[in-house]
Ligand binder design. Sequence first.
Ligand code: PLP
Length: 368
Amino acid sequence: MTYEPARSSERLIRGDLREFEAYEPILPLEALSERSGVPVEKLIKLDGNENVYGCSPRVRRALADYAFYHIYPDPLHTEIQGPLEKYTGVDRKHIVAGSGSDELIDLVLRVFLEPGDRVINCVPTFGMYPFSTAVCGGKTVTVPRNSAHGVDIAAVKAAIDERAKVIFIASPNNPTGNLIPPDAVRELLDTGIMVVIDEAYYEFSGQTFALRVPEHPNLIVLRSFSKWAGLGGLRAGYGILPASIAELIRRIKIPYNVNAAAIIAVRESLLDIDYLQGNVKAIIAERERLSTMLREQGVLIPLPSEANFILCNVAGGDALEIKRGLEKKGIFIRHFNTPLLRNMLRISVGKPEHTDALIEALARWEGG
Ligand SMILES: Cc1ncc(COP(=O)(O)O)c(C=O)c1O
């Protein structure tokens, strides 16, 4: 073998990644502050479905008091397995935690995909499914939802071939806010491919398929601590999986995927469930108030939601113009303009004062 000195690394990069498009993340607080000229502490950030009440005070105290950040964390995060078992009602052999449920999406795909295998994605939905599919060398098969944003079961079945391995269903779905009915999940399970129900917003809806996982070899449920427990910045999520898959994921994951701070934060959150559920209840009540106020005002037309955000149509105006107008006042929401989400806005539910500021700012567009 004769060696050629490398002039560039291009030739060595995976061909399918050369033109890879980055995931478009939401902007950090500092960037939003710079863009709007509004100081960070005055921003009304309703673009990322984060929890405006923050984390439990127990989490802050425990993180401040911890003395062992210089020691690697427990790879099996044993300390939180028992509390997660109790919280979910599912035996710990089915549970694996990760750096956000985002990491579980990636780990599940690593387990099932060989190059060219297919993943079914029911759009519009969360953008990480096609992203992680591509990173793992898979192909996304896109199946549009129906006009009520429900999963089109007949179209999904028609899209399943011998290379289809996994289907992702967010329930409640982001950004549409609706749930998948249990009989639809039953039909999907009957197809035999892996059915991943992403319950990142479960606590705002109360509907879960977690307890069914032990009975079904092809059902996986993903959960997050970002939304209900306010740990978005710490990255903590978990999967509830058939025991053999959970065991395999424990073997293939990087050892220290859940860092020491995240382990502490999960432990303390699960010791303060009543407090956190109080915040969830406040967000659900505010979701209904915001929805009613938007409907009465008539600038935006809210869709029903089972999550901590509301997707809206715009009554006669331009969604992007409204988003930009709100930004000048330090209010940030998410804009969509795709064939399936034409001229739409998604608003994360905040505190009552955030709703009031938003409604006041929207008054400019009243009457068209
Ligand atoms: C449907 C859905 N799943 C997963 C996630 C990611 O959650 P995590 O912060 O736990 O990675 C999000 C975040 O917005 C989401 O909307």
